[in-house]
Design a protein around this ligand. Sequence first.
Ligand code: GLP
Length: 244
Amino acid sequence: MKVIITKNHAESCQKTAAIMADIINNQTKPVLGLATGGTAEQVYAELVQLHQSKKLSFKNTATVNLDEYVGLAPDHDQSYRYFMNFHLFNKVDIDLKNTYVPLGNTDPITELKAFQEKLASTPRHFQLLGVGPNGHIAFNEPSATLHADAHIVNIADATIEANARYFASKNDVPKTAFTQGMGDILKAECLALLATGANKADAMKKMLLSDEVTTEYPCTFLKTHPNCIIFIDQALADLIGYKG
Ligand code: GLP
């Protein structure tokens, strides 16, 4: 695991977008694992900017997302499909047929099988990651056991709480989600996790101030990946006392 302290979140996003652009430009058929959440928004804004300045084409790129809420239709403004279309796909020249986000409003068992098959047949060159305040990765929530494969998960109360800001009320946050398993995530060739904000301090302490790997903080499993980059901004590094 390589840790890079950046001067701010904007710099973390620029550096991550540069890694992604490099993969897109150098692979014949680039495959990117994508993430949603506030942390990722500016990464997508950087990629859109590179596309608009004619430095990047997504014509040959395929993508697979980490997760989706069970029950939300793709046109629901809090679905992760909507997020991806809004922040990236509708603003670049990607073929929507080459993008995969599990479908939230269909038979969950059939969709889960389709998601597992998609992951098995689509090795990723890169996976973008945020982290939940409780250390969750995608929707792999702290628990006595984690799952290697894609599955349907009961979203932790703390995560429902954290994500409620995007919904009219806490009650409107779906209780279950499709998520890539930890094994799926760790199969990507290169991972980049971005961390910013005081609410990520607890998770980042477990990541950076100890060598422990624990299911109570799913993010700690990233320590076992040979090509994982953690971008943490200076303010958060200072807050947790991480000096590099
Ligand atoms: C959600 C997503 C995660 C994401 C996390 C952090 O729960 N399932 O993939 O990393 O939120 O979101 P944010 O970047 O908004 O803090």
